[in-house]
Structure formats: structure tokens, C-alpha cells
Unconditional design. Structure first.
Length: 143
């Protein structure tokens, strides 16, 4: 049985420079995720709660997201998203509001506490991403 030879995006074998770029990119991603998780914990949130707040605030729809939208955004099963929203609601971070066009559905909005925590975390994350960019942590040009 023949084994497949890895090929780069340009059609040839993956080069040493491409392997280094991929490894550096993976390391940068993990480093950013570690930063993000620790920042969320320092703000009194779980990393999942931070992601939830960002998904609610950062939705690109005209209406606030539903739990189904959040499950899709966060790549969660629906029941897991419900549990996450329930905990966030109990913590005063989000609240459910009725959908005006379909009263069977509920939409999610941030509370004042949720907005405050998300704004502080987002400022930190923006600064960290700028630092990554300035220090050249994401070497994708060689791919």
C-alpha cells in the first residue's frame, strides 16, 4: 500500500520553512488561547463564559442571537449551550428576551455586568493581538 506524500499549497512537498511557519503559527495560537483563558479567569469568568459573551456581543445578525446561534458559533451541542447560558444567566452575565417574531424562541442579550466584563477583556485581547502582530508571531506569509 502506497503512502501519501504531504504536499504544500503550491503543489510540491512541504518545505522546512513551511513546517516552521506552521509550527510557529500553532504555537502563537496556543499562546494566545492561554493568554485568553487566564485573562477570563482573572476577570472571574470561565473561558467558555468569555466566549459566550463575545459570541452574544459579536454576532453579525440584526437581532440578538438565539441559543442555537450560540451553539453553532461556539461549535457546541445544543444542550451544552443551554447549560452554559443557564450558568451565565445565573451569574448575571446574560439574560433571555422573547423573540418578537416567534414567541417560542428566546434571544440572548448581555447584562450590564456582562458588558462591563466583556469590554475589559476585549481591550486586553486587542492589546495582545496587536503585540502579536508587532512582534511577528504569526508568520503566515511563507505558506
Amino acid at each position: 500500500m502506497a503512502t501519501a506524500t504531504p504536499t504544500g499549497t503550491r503543489g510540491g512537498p512541504v518545505t522546512d520553512a513551511e513546517y516552521r511557519a506552521l509550527a510557529q503559527f500553532r504555537r502563537a495560537l496556543r499562546s494566545f488561547l492561554y493568554f485568553s483563558e487566564e485573562a477570563a479567569r482573572a476577570a472571574g469568568l470561565t473561558p467558555s463564559q468569555h466566549q459566550l459573551l463575545l459570541a452574544v456581543r459579536g454576532t453579525d445578525n440584526d437581532e440578538p442571537p438565539t441559543i442555537g446561534d450560540i451553539a453553532d458559533w461556539m461549535k457546541l451541542r445544543h444542550h451544552s449551550a443551554v447549560e452554559l447560558v443557564n450558568r451565565a444567566e445565573s451569574g448575571g452575565l446574560v439574560r433571555r428576551v422573547p423573540d418578537l417574531s416567534d414567541h417560542r424562541r428566546q434571544r440572548l442579550v448581555l447584562t450590564k455586568l456582562g458588558e462591563t466584563k466583556l469590554a475589559a477583556l476585549s481591550t486586553l485581547h486587542r492589546e495582545e493581538l496587536r503585540r502579536f502582530r508587532e512582534e511577528g508571531f504569526i508568520p503566515l506569509r511563507s505558506l
